[in-house]
Ligand binder design. Structure first.
Ligand code: AVJ
Length: 325
């Protein structure tokens, strides 16, 4: 007779979303962590600070495109009444320009904001409701897949906003998959507004992800602090450094956390010990940069056709309206 049979099972923490992701990513070769882990309360605050950095041109450039073209974008999106749904809304600071244009066109507009960050959504709802009368704001906490489910109930002619180059976090095949999920919830004639950062000078790109003030470094490092707090790990952030790299083959900026020494990190709640060689990295983010051709390929494979694209004078950022076919 054997003793009591032991049913092998993962520790409880490994069954939470963060536990599962950290377990997967830190046992993978090479080590990776998904960028959604950035966005705890501190990470969301740091991201907001990034959007105001001189080097981080993305947010202000996309905002300038909206400021110049909001009425045109809304007019192109539908001749019927619009419901606006935003994926990865964050604090939705740029969205206001589009919502104001929608209110000019149709007096009132329903706006559904979806994001993983509860605190960011609360701020968005509060600000938009007080600053733009005529907008009825609903919000949902969820990741992209969960969020997309909500589109079903949203009604009328739908305009899905997926702006800020959030799509750039996905590998191209996953990006197509995400857009297909969106498309599946839409009817022909509904629209997608996609913001996608464009390929440009390498140093401009690198500086945007490795700023002088070190805010992006703090944003990247915050993942370790979050894992320490939520999974009782013992990462020493001083023993890692932020790295940004341009990967020309894949047309993407990569962010990594590089171990400065050979070391072990213990994550008791996952019953995991993670070994790092000196110079080994955790790959924490991809930020793809697109040519118009790449964008067209991506949206077409997902069942959309681009109807209009807008850019800035330097052609640094692209805003694309795509109709569900
Ligand atoms: C929010 C995914 C668009 O890739 O530029 C900013 C996140 N990472 N600085 C980006 C980010 C480092 C950002 N996105």
């Amino acid at each position: 007779m054997h003793g009591l049979s032991t049913i092998p099972r993962l520790p409880e923490a490994a069954q939470t979303p963060i536990g599962a992701e950290v377990y997967r990513g830190l046992t993978a070769r090479p080590k990776t962590l998904s960028p959604w882990l950035f966005y705890d309360q501190e990470g969301s605050r740091l991201f907001e600070a990034i959007t105001e950095l001189p080097e981080y041109y993305l947010t202000r450039t996309e905002r300038a495109i909206f400021a110049q073209n909001a009425d045109g974008i809304i007019a192109a999106a539908s001749d019927r009444e619009l419901t606006v749904i935003e994926l990865g809304a964050g604090t939705a600071t740029k969205t206001g320009l589009l919502l104001e244009a929608a209110v000019r066109a149709q007096q009132t507009v329903d706006y559904l904001a979806i994001d993983v960050s509860h605190s960011a959504l609360a701020e968005a709802k509060q600000r938009i409701e007080t600053q733009i009368p005529g907008v009825r704001v609903a919000s949902r906490v969820g990741d992209y897949t969960e969020g997309i489910e909500e589109i079903h109930a949203a009604g009328k002619s739908r305009l899905v906003l997926y702006i800020g180059s959030s799509i750039g976090n996905f590998e191209p095949s996953d990006a197509v998959q995400v857009l297909r999920e969106v498309r599946r919830r839409l009817s022909p004639g509904d629209n997608l507004l996609l913001g996608a950062d464009r390929v440009k000078d390498r140093d401009v790109l690198l500086n945007a992800y490795d700023d002088q003030a070190g805010v992006t470094a703090a944003f990247n490092m915050n993942v370790l602090t979050r894992i320490n707090r939520e999974l009782c790990a013992n990462f020493n952030p001083r023993l890692f450094r932020h790295r940004a790299r341009w990967n020309d083959d894949h047309s993407r900026i990569e962010m990594h956390l590089e171990s400065l020494i050979a070391q072990h990190v213990v994550i008791p709640s996952l019953e995991l010990e993670v070994k790092f060689a000196r110079g080994e990295t955790i790959h924490t983010e991809n930020s793809y940069k697109f040519n118009d051709r790449d964008v067209a390929w991506m949206v077409e494979r997902a069942g959309f056709a681009i109807t209009t694209s807008w850019t800035d004078e330097r052609q640094w950022f692209g805003v694309h309206l795509a109709t569900a076919v």
